[in-house]
Write a protein that binds this ligand. Structure first.
Ligand code: PA5
Length: 434
């Protein structure tokens, strides 16, 4: 992945100053690699954890069947967004066009009555025996309302028909959570999440690895992409460290009133990757208090836009409205397959497209947008992936998770907690218990 930030309206001096400020933290991150899962940044140890791969591999083999059709992923927030990001990028976005490709993932996060009703009739029609399904219930804390409710309902639907369905269930949670204890009592297959690895940093743990491996994603490549990126993001030289440089551009722009980071993604299949990042940035940096406990009400608001769809919806706002955004254009080298446009039916309607491939048109639009942003003086960065493969996705996600750690330093907030999210969880539980 290549990060370009020379259009972010941040000077080289400013970048260098931030690099100096963050170098001791980069040293600290290197030390974290020696400490296993002791530190709050310990998610950076996941890509090189051999035991993790072994435990995930054993669970994958244990649930192996030749007739697997559906992987039901039950979890929310950090427990499913990363898995969905990778699945959608590689397969999910194309599911409707490839009905016979199996297995497919079904994500159950909100307690949406309509979706659950459809799911029940879908199970009745599509599943003929329990070996066609694997259910993965994922909850770090183990007692998230939506996840527990959805797990009970989905298992209730399947247990009516299949006596052995509990053998198709895997629970991924913190070792020792109530969910873990109950799964242990009932002899349900369990995978653990290291205590210090928070939900939104957990995609490269069993949380993401198990369902993705079951779906046929090459998780070894995913991890090797992440590992390679981890090395780059530990560099003390900010010019060679994309996580540090991107954090610097976001921070400096924030101080200049660019409180929104629009992630303008020019591949629709990466929309879920954008949503994964939205949680990562929103929850990690959006804080009421700083590390000293002072009230700061700080945060960058992450937005996701899809090119070129959203040029036809919010392009006007972005190019003409308030100048409150730093944009990150996210794209990958375009797939050059596909037929060329041969104007016949609508010949004469549009010039310049004859003989062009879809990739040529998509590239022209992206280039056109960047020129328009430049002419308007709107700051932007660019993250260019070489392709959309497990290795590139692993690298991108590792880059963003480490960017967040550097941003936490710059904003002087804890990027690993989410105390205010707990407020609604407590209120919901109070209402349900009243
Ligand atoms: O990142 C986070 O910590 C949150 O988004 C959680 O992942 C989310 O609230 C779900 O929690 P749990 O995994 O405990 O069910």
């Amino acid at each position: 992945m290549k990060l370009t930030y020379n259009k972010s309206r941040v000077s080289e001096e400013e970048i260098v100053t931030i690099g100096e400020q963050l170098s001791s933290y980069a040293e600290h991150l290197k030390e974290v690699l020696q400490h296993g899962y002791e530190d709050e940044e310990s998610s950076i140890n996941l890509p090189s954890d051999k035991e993790l791969m072994e435990s995930v591999g054993a669970a994958v083999r244990d649930k192996n069947t030749t007739s697997l059709k559906y992987i039901l992923v039950i979890g929310i927030g950090g427990s499913n967004l990363g898995t969905k990001a990778i699945y959608d990028a590689l397969y999910g976005h194309f599911d409707i066009l490839e009905p016979s490709r199996m297995p497919k993932m079904i994500f159950l996060d909100t307690t949406n009555p309509a979706f659950l009703a459809h799911l029940e009739s879908f199970f009745d029609k599509e599943i003929t025996n329990e070996e066609e399904v694997v259910i993965n219930v994922i909850s770090k804390g183990g007692s998230t309302t939506e996840t527990v409710v959805n797990a009970e309902l989905a298992l209730g639907m399947l247990r009516k028909k299949y006596a052995g369905i509990m053998n198709r269930l895997v629970v991924t949670t913190d070792f020792g959570s109530l969910l873990w204890k109950i799964a242990e009592e009932k002899d349900i297959t369990r995978l653990s999440i290291p205590e210090k690895v928070g939900g939104r940093y957990s995609v490269l743990s069993a949380v993401g690895l198990f369902p993705l491996a079951k779906a046929g994603v090459n998780v070894t490549s995913l991890l090797s992409g992440a590992l390679e990126m981890r090395e780059r993001c530990l560099s003390l030289d900010i010019g060679k460290n994309p996580a540090m440089a991107s954090a610097a551009a976001l921070f400096i722009n924030y101080r200049r009133g660019k409180t929104i980071n629009d992630n303008f993604i020019f591949h629709p299949e990466l929309e879920s990757l954008g949503k994964w990042y939205r949680q990562l940035l929103g929850e990690s940096i959006g804080k009421e208090h700083n590390r000293e406990g002072e009230v700061v009400h700080i945060g960058i608001t992450p937005t996701i836009s899809i090119g070129s769809t959203d040029l036809h919806s919010v392009g006007q706002l972005y190019l003409g409205g308030p100048e409150d955004k730093l944009t990150t254009f996210i794209s990958a080298e375009y797939d050059k397959r596909g037929s060329v446009v041969t104007p016949e039916v609508f010949a004469g309607v549009l010039s310049g497209v004859a003989g062009k491939k879809p990739a040529d048109v998509a590239e022209a639009i992206l280039k056109g947008v960047k020129i328009a942003y430049e002419k308007k003086g709107l700051p932007f960065m660019e993250a260019l992936l070489p392709d959309i493969t497990p290795a590139s996705l692993g690298a991108f996600m590792q880059f963003k998770m480490m960017e967040m750690m550097y941003l936490g330093q710059l904003f002087n907030v804890n990027p690993f907690d989410q105390p205010n999210v707990e407020l609604y969880k407590i209120e919901t539980k109070n209402i349900l218990n009243s």
